[in-house]
Design a protein around this ligand. Sequence first.
Ligand SMILES: [Zn+2]
Length: 60
Amino acid sequence: MDNMKNSKNDESEEKIETCYFCLQKFDMNKSKLGYYHYGKFPVCDYCSEFYGFYNKEGKI
Ligand SMILES: [Zn+2]
């Protein structure tokens, strides 16, 4: 059910993404809260927390 999140096995590699909400660049692999909204839109730590309700549902 959490297969859209970044894998914890990939922490050695950088994966720079631009946050879909705030347009800031961040490293998805170093991000603890970052995830892919709808499975394709990158969301940074800050926005993930701010819009945390999306993530809790896990399927929006
Ligand atoms: Zn953001």
